[in-house]
Design a protein around this ligand. Structure first.
Ligand code: ATP
Ligand code: MG
Length: 412
């Protein structure tokens, strides 16, 4: 009897040699977590693929779009699983092709993961093709450019037959590339940057600098909505919020107007670097893109980066255009949230003419003109956070309790 399942394909994991089983295990953990709302019966390995089975007949179809969003998944197919018996796999092939809505040409693509079955792939193509021609007499075979393809995969004693397949996001399973702290605003860019690093297997810890108490907490709510919009990827387990308004006010009074933004950014980076140490993260991530705004010229990127001395700052969007970023934001579901504007520290105490080509001497003089070290301490002491049950690889920092015993927990 044929049963339904999701057959999950991956590319890059296959390239990772000895690490392969670690990657497969992490992907299985992430799949189990991402599908926790559905009645999953099992998630297992079948050579070169992963397999998800369910205890209700509608669940495999509902699982498809969720699986496609999980990093490490190159493709997911809604398959019939049968025994290696033509009395089972031929009717399943007819059902699989019957599920394709509009087509006039088709082909069969048979594959054997091992050579134990007595028919060769050419013979299998012919056998299944003949059954399909009989069941669909008005349709034609086209082996070069078919409108529908029925895949028939012989693998470890079973046959998987499918015509419906969805492309996955690709990349690597979250939890296989270490942890990164991302500077996370409610704009378009930094959520996309965070998503991209999550897709490369990093466990992401976003940190948002809010204008509170000088502004409302509206941007914090948007950041929470953004984290929720990216729930399916399973890359985020905690969002930190730093009430930054009072420090900005102090900086605005202390430094030349044109250098304010650079000073705000330096302070943000310095705080984020400390959070990364507490979290055991190995890099910072920002959504900067070269030349996009005044603070993102090469001179200013240099001026802001130099406060971070113990880890790299990764900028996955540095060479992208705004149009590309917007297209990605739409695809991953963050666009609608980022489109809403909220006052945050980016809109607070902004200079009329920001410096676009900061001179190192002026930057270091401005940095020395206020007690930035004390500000870092104060801001770390006032950290807040929200935890999410989205990311199985996120483990809250162990050092956290010792370092911040009197931590103010999130008030929202
Ligand atoms: P975004 O769309 O990500 O807000 P942006 O184009 O508005 O980016 P900037 O405001 O110059 O550019 O910010 C550059 C980067 O600095 C952001 O991508 C983000 O990584 C970080 N950043 C800016 N504002 C904040 C904030 N309030 N909290 C945390 N990080 C921030
Ligand atoms: Mg911004």
């Amino acid at each position: 009897m044929a049963s339904r399942c999701c057959l999950i394909h991956y590319h890059e994991i296959g390239l990772k040699g000895k690490n392969r089983s670690t990657f497969e295990r992490q992907l299985m953990t992430n799949l189990a977590h991402g599908l926790r709302g559905l009645p999953v019966a099992s998630i297992s390995r079948v050579s070169g693929h992963l397999l998800a089975t369910f205890s209700s007949p509608e669940a495999p179809e509902q699982a498809m779009p969720l699986i496609a969003r999980i990093p490490g998944v190159a493709r997911v197919s809604l398959a019939f699983r049968t025994a290696q018996d033509p009395a089972e796999y031929l009717p399943a092939a007819v059902s699989a092709l019957g599920e394709v809505e509009h087509f006039s040409t088709f082909k069969v693509q048979a594959k054997r993961a091992n050579t134990s079955y007595h028919l060769h792939t050419i013979e299998l193509n012919r056998e299944v093709g003949a059954a399909l021609c009989e069941a669909f007499p008005t349709k034609d075979v086209d082996v070069h450019n078919p409108e529908a393809t029925v895949h028939v995969l012989f693998n470890e004693g079973d046959v998987y037959i499918y015509s419906q397949s969805e492309r996955g996001v690709g990349g690597l399973p979250v939890g296989t590339a270490g942890k990164c702290v991302s500077l996370f605003s409610s704009g378009f860019d930094s959520p996309v940057a965070t998503w991209m690093m999550g897709r490369r297997g990093a466990t992401m810890v976003p940190v948002h600098f809010s204008g509170r108490p000088q502004t409302s907490d509206a941007s914090e709510w948007l950041c929470q909505d953004l984290v929720e919009a990216m729930a399916s990827e399973g890359a985020i387990g905690r969002l930190y919020v730093v009430p930054f308004g009072d420090c900005q006010r102090e900086i605005a009074l202390a430094v030349p107007q044109a250098l304010r933004i650079i000073m705000y950014r330096r302070l943000m980076y310095a705080v984020a670097e400390q959070i990364a140490h507490i979290e055991g993260a190995k890099a910072l991530v920002t959504g900067e893109s070269l030349g996009q705004v005044a603070s993102q010229t090469l001179e200013n990127i240099t001026a802001t980066s130099e406060v971070v001395t113990t880890m790299p700052i990764l900028r996955p969007l540095i060479g992208t255009d705004k149009q590309e970023i917007i297209a990605r934001a739409k695809a991953i579901g963050t666009y609608e949230v980022s489109e809403q504007t909220a006052p945050d520290c980016c809109t607070l105490f902004m200079p009329r003419r920001p410096e676009t080509h900061a001179k190192p001497k002026a930057v270091s003089e401005a940095w020395a003109s206020f007690d930035h070290a004390a500000m870092v301490e104060t801001l770390l002491g006032s950290l807040e956070y929200v935890d999410y049950d989205f990311c199985p690889s996120y483990k809250p920092a162990k050092r956290w309790a010792e370092l911040h015993t009197a931590l103010a927990h999130a008030s929202f």
